[in-house]
Design a protein around this ligand. Sequence first.
Ligand code: SAM
Ligand code: DTB
Ligand code: SF4
Length: 329
Amino acid sequence: MIRTNWTRDEIAGLFELPFLDLLFQAQQVHRAHHAANEVQLSTLLSIKTGGCPENCGYCSQSAFAKSGLKAEKLMDTQAVLAAAAEAKASGSARFCMGAAWREPKDRDMGELCAMVAGVKTMGLETCMTLGMLTDEQADRLAEAGLDYYNHNLDSSPEYYADIITTRTWDDRLDTLERVRRSGMSVCCGGIVGMGESREDRVGFLHALATLPSHPESVPINALVPIRGTSLGDRLLAERESKIDDIEFVRTVAVARITMPRSIVRLSACRESMNESTQALCFLAGANSIFTGDKLLTTGNVGANADASLFEKLGLHPMSSPEPARVAAE
Ligand code: SAM
Ligand code: DTB
Ligand code: SF4
């Protein structure tokens, strides 16, 4: 049964389990719902970089950050399709296009829909993350063939205003509802290691696991500390310490147990994570990664290191598309 009625106490209880009991339970849930050794591969591309009017404290692309990133215009469709073809050739199954916007402008919708249609024709799953959407924009993207929309809740509702003040938690829920209503699948997760407490991590996973239906994809990022961002600078100055690896693995395991059918993505963070910790994340139920040398603006592990890790662990890329909809039963 897929539960959407988890309580915070239950989720806190999972976090508190002895580590080996937690991993055992996560692996049992994982094997009941997913192929044991398969990992889904997605590739990111920043189609519109920098100059974002939002003030997310972790993000290099916020106009409020002093990250030195210059604001660029929306890429043209041909360049996006060329990058998608490369991703496809390197074995990726999903192409995720990200824009540093609070919301897309209606005048950009034609170009965005052309990108979606073109990427889809290549036989790739399509994903976009463009900020808030209106009903109409969500419908247009769905009609163009957009399979997934990424829109993260990022943290607990209580911690949200500590990291972003230019929008509210409820704004995020509104867009998620619009995405659902349009028929697209939802990719929704967040970031740990932003200075939040264990209680916030409980609240964050509780929010995801009690949505009316679970997101089909759940990206779990660890803060990538970027100089010039408020959260990155705090971590780099070591006034805040990096999230403990074991606590990160616990977060992945609790996501797996509470959202059994969702694909849990080990997202931004792998560059600073050793192979053993990544292996523990897979054991805890992570079954998706971002491939390639770059995330949006920061580095990623790269194909050679991933191929070698997959070989060592006997993992292989997920062959078939994941289940279309994770509905509550
Ligand atoms: N502007 C859109 C939005 O915010 O929805 C889309 C792009 S935004 C960069 C996508 C997600 O990337 C954020 O919600 C956040 O979870 C993640 N992210 C951004 N910067 C990050 C960082 N430095 N470390 C980890 N994750 C990060
Ligand atoms: C998500 O949860 N993580 C991705 C994707 N969704 C869009 C983005 C990670 C960005 C990491 C920092 C950067 O490269 O700028
Ligand atoms: Fe803008 Fe998204 Fe970065 Fe926030 S996370 S500043 S909304 S690009």
